[in-house]
Design a protein around this ligand. Structure first.
Ligand code: 13P
Ligand code: SF4
Length: 455
């Protein structure tokens, strides 16, 4: 079943209405606030319509006078007080009472005032997936590589307010100058992919590999930036490195100069897509299922491991796994001249069927540099896609998945949290500091600096 025009917020209170419509209490409350009707049967597509959802989405969007195919989360959904949003997510509770009920205008005005008063004391970094009501305050906007680089190179402001997710703020803390403190507005803003690689599971897999091969001297651990600081430290300690989606080929080339095999975590898709781009056959990239009991070689047969060049951790991004080959086929059917650009966290077949793939910064550049009149289908998080659509009004930019959801953890950085951390700084109080323990920091820095040194 395909829903069009869904307000893509985490779906925690869904119920099936008697007429078969799936209603979501929190979602409908927000729709009402934004002057939209609740989802009803006419926003659900039947089987025939679902075969070509773009037609239906076009119609529905026309009804709301929205120019492009996109999830409405992005198309002007107003900021609502934290107290109302909190009903559908996992949010940091210990924020002072006064911030819960603040309306959009007041929040914006208070953040701007705090920003002005703090001046050079603070720099606000914003990842491309942050919502509009946060990104507007960012002094620097970028992909995870650019933001890490910024933290490593710019030591002026004593406070870095990182509007992104936990692993990004950790990387900034590792790379920042000693006098700088990194703040994550909502401590609950994590990454479900990073959570798929728990340090004890990775250490245990490493021990199994050591036992199987007799040594790990020839295996280079490579962790995607989307991982805990402890895993970056593990890589630093074991001759490995960190990569991001913007430098994965370069990093893997370096890794294969150091050893025979790569142990890549946590994103299987980025690892496989990168390995394939380097000419490594698919059967030489094996999948380590960390859910298997210790001692079972991650579910791999000995000859698979023997013949492997990349051992991929079985992790994925739930947002990017939603993109499918079928969506690309439908987009090409509907718009014969469409260009498809996707993030390399998408599945192998999706990346293969796309015209281009790359980091969030790459995607933004791709759209900006496309000639006027281009039609571009994008496979990445909806806040970025809709921003690109707005910033490029001479092009048709749409999300490949008409019901795609935002990254729900990035979304947790609500303006109320930003107002709280900024106003606390004004009082000289640092809240939500992300501080990687020194014992982890040193080795994690080695792995990050190896990455930053690759030209
Ligand atoms: P980028 O490094 O491309 O910004 O990606 C970060 C991320 O989390 C993508 O899901
Ligand atoms: Fe993590 Fe996916 Fe969100 Fe990126 S989009 S922060 S990988 S959950």
């Amino acid at each position: 079943m395909v829903y069009a025009k869904a307000l893509c917020v985490p779906d925690t209170q869904s119920v099936d209405a008697p007429d078969g419509t799936r209603l979501t209490a929190a979602r409908d409350r927000i729709r009402r606030r934004n002057g939209l009707p609740p989802m009803t049967t006419n926003t659900r597509l039947n089987e025939k319509q679902a075969a070509n959802p773009y037609v239906e989405v076009d119609k529905i969007l026309a009804e709301f006078n929205t120019p492009q195919i996109q999830c409405e989360t992005d198309s002007g959904i107003a900021t609502i007080p934290l107290a109302e949003e909190v009903s559908f997510g996992s949010w940091q509770p210990e924020i002072p009472e006064e911030y819960w009920a603040l309306e959009a205008d007041e929040l914006e005005q208070r953040i701007r005032s705090a920003r002005a008063r703090l001046g050079e004391q603070v720099v606000i970094l914003g990842h491309h997936y942050q919502r509009e009501d946060i990104v507007q305050f960012a002094d620097e906007r970028g992909d995870s590589f650019a933001l890490a680089q910024y933290a490593a190179e710019r030591g002026e402001s004593p406070y870095i307010v990182f509007c992104g997710v936990h692993f990004m703020a950790e990387a900034a803390d590792i790379l920042a100058a000693p006098h700088q403190q990194v703040i994550l507005p909502n401590i609950e803003a994590g990454c479900s992919m990073a959570d798929m690689a728990a340090a004890p599971d990775v250490y245990s897999a490493w021990r199994e590999l050591e036992e199987f091969f007799g040594s790990t001297d020839d295996i280079i651990p490579v962790t995607y930036m989307n991982s805990a600081a402890s895993l970056k430290a593990f890589c630093g300690e074991h001759g490995g490195v960190v990569c991001t989606s913007s430098n994965a080929v370069k990093v893997l080339e370096w890794a294969f100069e150091q050893g025979k095999r790569v142990f890549f975590f946590p994103d299987q898709h980025l690892g496989r897509n990168t390995g394939h781009a380097m000419g490594i056959p698919l059967d030489e990239m094996v999948l380590w299922n960390w859910r298997r009991p210790a001692g079972s070689l991650g579910g791999l047969a000995p000859d698979q491991l023997e013949g492997s060049r990349i051992i991929l951790w079985q992790g994925h991004c739930s947002v990017h796994q939603r993109f499918s080959l079928k969506q690309i086929e439908q987009a090409r059917q509907h718009f014969p001249d469409v260009q498809i650009v996707v993030h390399p966290e998408c599945r192998f077949e999706v990346v293969q069927a796309a015209d281009a793939n790359g980091s969030t910064a790459f995607i933004a550049r791709y759209v900006a540099e496309a000639p006027a009149g281009s039609v571009i289908g994008v496979g990445t998080e909806i806040n970025l896609v809709s921003r690109l659509a707005k910033e490029n009004p001479d092009k048709t930019v749409f999300c490949l998945d008409p019901v795609v959801c935002p990254c729900s953890t990035m979304y947790r950085v609500h303006p109320a949290y930003l107002a709280w951390v900024m106003e606390s700084l004004e009082r000289g109080e640092v809240v939500n500091r992300i501080e990687v323990p020194e014992a982890i920091k040193a080795n994690a820095k080695i792995a990050l600096e190896r990455m930053l040194a690759l030209k």
